[in-house]
Design a protein around this ligand. Structure first.
Ligand SMILES: C[S@@+](CC[C@H](N)C(=O)[O-])C[C@H]1O[C@@H](n2cnc3c(N)ncnc32)[C@H](O)[C@@H]1O
Length: 216
């Protein structure tokens, strides 16, 4: 499935929305990340933005039921214009959530840097409670190295969140963590975690954590 096929699923798009999603698709290995999502079951995409990744997951496997959750009303409204049988979107602030749908997979793609550390831990604990016995949390974050990619990402996010307001946030700070800290946190919560660097060929220090719930 191509980016153009995905964009064509939106009944209307402004030039800005089209540009935003095109850039997002080009600078983030969303297609590769999706390979770690099982072909069936309920997938909850937390902080789904315009819903591009959720749409890709839903269209690439009709046996998936995808639910996107988003804070930004404008992005949510656009996502809700999509007419895809196995895809729906709900409003939600993941930093203040106390319930989630039961799911096979929770995906959190470039959102946690906008969520305070304590709230990140609370949400991961909630995800654990709402996951199927062999469920997965798929977390996409930015690694702490190499330094030049870290700085470039910081600059870009400062522009997107603080200056231009392209990315919605209720917070004044960014909440990145080094990879070892994510691993320790997942292990503390009862997950086995695989760390997959995905920054080769990209100027962001992309890294993915595939955290599988240990049998209860
Ligand atoms: C960098 S974008 C990533 C969007 C999408 N996950 C993707 O990979 O294309 C971060 C998204 O997280 C959303 N967000 C930020 N804080 C949030 C919160 N507390 N609850 C829900 N969504 C949030 C923003 O509105 C934005 O759409």
């Amino acid at each position: 499935m191509t980016l153009n096929e995905l964009l064509a699923c939106y009944p209307t798009l402004t030039l800005l929305q089209r540009a935003h999603m095109t850039i997002r698709w080009l600078v983030c290995p969303l297609r590769r990340i999706a390979l770690y999502v099982p072909q069936k079951g309920v997938i909850v995409d937390l902080g789904c933005g315009h819903g591009l990744f959720s749409l890709f997951l839903a269209r690439s496997a009709p046996t998936r039921a995808v639910i996107g959750m988003e804070l930004d009303q404008e992005k949510l409204k656009l996502a809700q214009t999509l007419n895809q049988r196995n895809l729906r979107f709900i409003a939600g602030d993941i930093a203040r959530q106390d319930d989630l749908p039961l799911a096979q997979v929770m995906t959190i793609i470039d959102v946690f840097y906008l969520v305070p550390y304590e709230a990140q831990e609370r949400l991961l604990e909630l995800c654990r409670q709402r996951l199927a016995p062999d469920g997965i949390i798929l977390l996409k974050e930015m690694a702490e190295a190499p330094r030049w990619k870290v700085w470039l990402n910081w600059l870009e996010e400062t522009l997107a969140v603080r200056v231009l307001g392209i990315t919605e946030s209720t917070e004044k700070h960014f909440y990145f963590r080094p990879r070892a800290e994510w691993v320790a946190l997942f292990e503390k919560l009862g997950f086995t975690v695989e760390v997959i660097p995905m920054d080769k060929g990209y100027y962001h220090p992309h890294v993915v954590f595939v955290a599988t719930l240990n049998h209860k």
